[in-house]
Design a protein. Structure first.
Length: 392
């Protein structure tokens, strides 16, 4: 009788345990289903102490390019004295101890220490104004000339030694010119093909593809893969049919791991996607009613092998938009207008490093570089996250 009773107790306990496990599994499955329904996205927190202060009483001008190299060093270009405001220019006349413009090319190690600082007249036909920076898979540094007379781009070593100049200063050949450019916005070099993709740019209206060794132009195209046309398209009207040509500026270009080429048509509020030969694939608009400087300023991809997410810098609405790359739909966004860490005033360029961290630069009166630390994946609680201030 005792053995029967003991067996009954054990049986009841086993059933209870199974029931508890089943209940726990149901709870976990319910949470998983909720997370799946809500969607997940990368989470970030701003690092308000990165980078470290610049030496020599240096100031940044408008910061108009950023790239994280193979060692996760972060490179920027800024406009220096070209766009210092009146007070900053007065300081540069040495009426006191502070301050002066930093060299136009700066690099920081992962800890935020300044490691490189160079650039300026005397290196090739140095641009009137520089724009965009890319460090290719061989460690070469590419910058674009973006001043009114700039028709050139430069390829340099990490120490600032000129390796190649493509295009000649003050040569305006238009968007069909195979040798010169029209105020370049950004350059990206494909490690698989050794081709340099050029967002060309602020005067021209095309994507140009070069041999990265010789600088010879191999092909170019306009919106929808059309032959580029430099005709004035007039003011952007979000209710009008989509323009068949790019508007100015054609502000970014980058190729994903699966071979697609993404282009920022900034004032048209759209991203267009192409195959490497210029064949049009698809497009999407972001905050299509945005006027003025537009919403699609620059992009970077998440560092997972599939590059599931695209990070879109929106310098008019002062946000970084996290976009599902496959569908080109916005999942969530972070940031807000302002001058405090985690806010933006003209968020202009964006890059990601191997650890998933994101870096942004600001033009206009923003004039800074910010780091947003990757905190893993998490469910999307709301579309507009606002300022991603550190939780601890």
């Amino acid at each position: 009788m005792l053995r029967v009773r003991r067996n009954a107790v054990v049986g009841i306990s086993a059933v209870a345990v199974v029931g508890i496990l089943a209940a726990c599994q149901a709870v976990l499955q319910k949470e998983a289903d909720a997370r799946s329904a809500a969607g997940e996205a990368p989470r970030f927190e701003v690092d308000p102490l990165w980078p470290k202060p610049l030496p020599n009483h240096w100031l940044m001008g408008r910061v108009v390019g950023v790239w994280a190299d193979e060692q996760d060093n972060v490179w920027i270009v800024h406009t220096g004295n070209n766009h210092l405001d009146a007070n900053e220019r007065a300081l540069d006349h040495k009426v006191g101890e502070c301050c002066t413009a930093a060299p136009p090319v700066l690099a920081f190690d992962p800890a935020g220490n300044l490691t490189h600082s160079w650039g300026g007249p005397g290196t090739g036909e140095w641009p009137q104004s520089i724009h965009g920076i890319h460090v290719d898979y061989r460690g070469n540094v590419w910058i674009g000339g973006n001043g009114e007379k700039d028709s050139q781009l430069l390829k340099l070593t990490k120490e600032g030694k000129l390796l190649l100049q493509v295009g000649k200063f003050d040569t305006k050949g238009g968007s069909s010119d195979p040798n010169n450019f029209g105020r370049v916005a950004k350059i990206w070099v494909d490690p698989k093909t050794n081709e340099a993709y050029v967002a060309d740019g602020y005067r021209n209206k095309r994507i140009a593809v070069l041999d990265a060794d010789t600088g010879k132009m191999k092909r170019f195209w306009g919106a929808y893969g059309n032959k580029p046309d430099d005709a004035d398209l007039g003011k952007y009207d979000p209710k009008a049919p989509p323009a068949k040509q790019f508007r100015n500026p054609v502000h970014c270009v980058e190729r994903s791991n699966d071979g697609l080429v993404y282009v920022c048509d900034r004032q048209a509020d759209r991203i267009q996607v192409f195959n490497a030969d210029g064949t049009f694939v698809k497009e999407a608009w972001f905050v299509k009613e945005t006027l003025g400087s537009g919403s699609t300023w620059d992009i970077a991809f998440s560092r997972d092998p599939q590059q599931k997410f695209m990070f879109l810098a929106d310098g008019t609405n002062e946000k970084v938009r996290i976009v599902d790359r496959a569908s080109l739909t916005e999942v969530t966004n972070f940031g807000d207008g302002g001058r405090q860490p985690g806010q933006f005033f003209g968020v202009h360029s964006i890059a990601s490093d191997s650890k998933g961290n994101v870096y942004t630069t600001e033009t206009y009166e923003g004039k800074r570089l910010q780091k947003f630390v990757y905190k893993g994946m998490g469910p999307v609680a709301k579309k507009d996250q606002g300022v991603t201030w550190p939780r601890s």
